[in-house]
Write a protein that binds this ligand. Structure first.
Ligand SMILES: Nc1ncnc2c1ncn2[C@@H]1O[C@H](COP(=O)(O)OP(=O)(O)O)[C@@H](O)[C@H]1O
Ligand SMILES: [Mg+2]
Length: 263
């Protein structure tokens, strides 16, 4: 049965009176089934305005399914899902149209007549202004992912949904992209839900880390470390170890051979 209860809510706009919107995302009793199997099973989740939340979980546990529902791309659900009207999503694959120049890709799907200066401003914000007129196939992986982020930013989202956006990047480019997302989040003040398989990335960036399992949020942890965070901090290592444990990743000797990723 298709139950469409996905509807917009007012969110924390910068000039909204304090306390007017206690959450950016509210999910209650959410169930999504495929072929009679509940991948998401009466899940509950609240995200505060401006909060950065990272979502971990083994491959196939339903992270992307949840993200797609929050993005409004999947409405075949039961339960309550309240999200801001202004939201944007970026996926692991940048999904650029090869026949459109970068700036036109950034504006893709926006209502009204495309305005180049709007695209340029977002491209400047992600450090890609010099590639405004480039064709997507000439971009590096990191540049394409920046273009994808610019496309999310022009929507001026109150909620930014990121599905393993750095997953395909090499290590160095990945670190730069993580820093960029951190900066953008601090500047924009939007809520972020980042799906990642990288525990370290989650602890570096997020206010709160969730572990999804068996269709629900099985564990959550506030990350109360000062920013900028460093992996050398012993508390960082302690949180990382706890998250890995919750993910079912055995660490015979975490100090000698830390295993950061799950897949
Ligand atoms: N459109 C679909 N049709 C059938 N099964 C699906 C569909 N989308 C996702 N699934 C199944 O739901 C489960 C969760 O998938 P997904 O949300 O992509 O996991 P994750 O992102 O955590 O790796 C998987 O078993 C997947 O095969
Ligand atoms: Mg996924």
């Amino acid at each position: 049965m298709a139950t469409d209860v996905h509807r917009p809510v007012t969110t924390p706009a910068v000039n909204a009176p304090t306390g007017s919107a206690p959450f950016a995302v509210r999910v209650d009793g959410l169930t999504r089934s495929f072929d009679g199997r509940a991948v998401i099973d009466r899940l509950h989740l609240d995200v505060k305005p401006g909060e950065f939340v990272a979502l971990l979980g083994r491959s196939g546990c339903g992270k992307s399914t949840l993200l797609r529902i929050l993005a409004g791309l999947d409405r075949d659900i039961e339960g309550t899902v309240l999200v801001p009207r202004r939201k944007a999503v970026a996926f692991q694959s940048p999904r650029l149209m090869p026949w459109k120049r970068v700036w036109r890709n950034v504006l893709l799907g926006l209502p009204g007549k495309p305005r180049r200066d709007v695209a340029e401003q977002a491209l400047t914000e992600v450090g890609l202004k010099h590639r405004t007129d480039a064709w997507p196939k000439t971009l590096s992986g990191g540049e394409a992912q920046r273009a994808s982020l610019a496309r999310a930013l022009v929507r001026e989202p109150d909620l930014l949904l990121l599905d393993e956006p750095f997953g395909a990047l090499d290590a160095l480019t990945r670190i730069k992209a993580q820093r960029l997302v951190d900066e953008l989040w601090q500047r924009r003040g939007c809520a972020v839900l980042l799906v990642t398989h990288d525990v370290e990335e989650a602890v570096l960036l997020a206010d709160r880390v969730l572990v999804m399992d068996e269709g629900v949020i099985a564990y959550e942890r506030e990350i109360d470390l000062d920013r900028p965070r460093g992996i050398a901090d012993p508390r960082f290592a302690e949180i990382r170890a706890e998250l890995l444990r919750r993910l079912g990743v055995e660490q015979p000797d975490a100090t000698q051979n830390p295993s950061h990723n799950v897949s």
